[in-house]
Design a protein around this ligand. Structure first.
Ligand SMILES: [Zn+2]
Length: 162
């Protein structure tokens, strides 16, 4: 999918969305899960492509309403950064919610703002995705202004793999 945010476009590859889609919290006992969004900046246009992600790993904490990723995600990101000749970088976060239409929690907002201030990555924009049961939403965080705005809300019909 491609989202036009005015001065640039953000493309999220189908593979990435499919990986997230597969991990939705469909059952009452399912854990909240998540990971990093990984992408690169296109030369000249400065458009963004989210082309990779990290998915739940050993060491993560998860409960029905909370997910905390472990340091192992940072190690994997570092490897992807090197293997891609320093083009694939940290671009934000995704996680699931056990809601039909997801809303960010106060905790989510606090985490996102912290990540916007502290992440060591070469982009001014971070992408945050919450995957609900029947729809998902995407926000972008502007790291220069520390503002967050929603850029997408919709169901999964555009890329569903079944
Ligand atoms: Zn959340």
């Amino acid at each position: 999918m491609i989202i036009d945010i005015g001065n640039k476009k953000i493309k999220i590859n189908k593979d990435v969305l499919t990986e997230i889609y597969k991990r939705r919290q469909l059952n009452i006992e399912d854990c909240e899960v998540g990971g990093m969004l990984i992408g690169s900046i296109i030369k000249y246009s400065y458009d963004i492509v989210i082309e990779d992600l990290t998915t739940p790993m050993e060491g993560d904490f998860c409960s029905r309403t909370r997910y905390i990723r472990s340091e192992n995600h940072n190690k994997l990101l570092e490897k992807k950064w090197i293997d891609s000749q320093y083009t694939k970088m940290y671009f934000g976060e995704w996680h699931t919610h056990h809601q039909d239409n997801p809303y960010y929690s106060f905790q989510d907002l606090t985490n996102w703002k912290k990540l916007m201030k502290k992440s060591e990555t070469s982009t001014d924009l971070l992408v945050f995705l919450i995957a609900g049961i029947s729809s998902f939403k995407i926000w972008i965080g502007d790291r220069t202004k520390i503002t967050i705005r929603q850029i997408y809300e919709g169901d999964y019909s555009g890329f569903k793999m079944d």
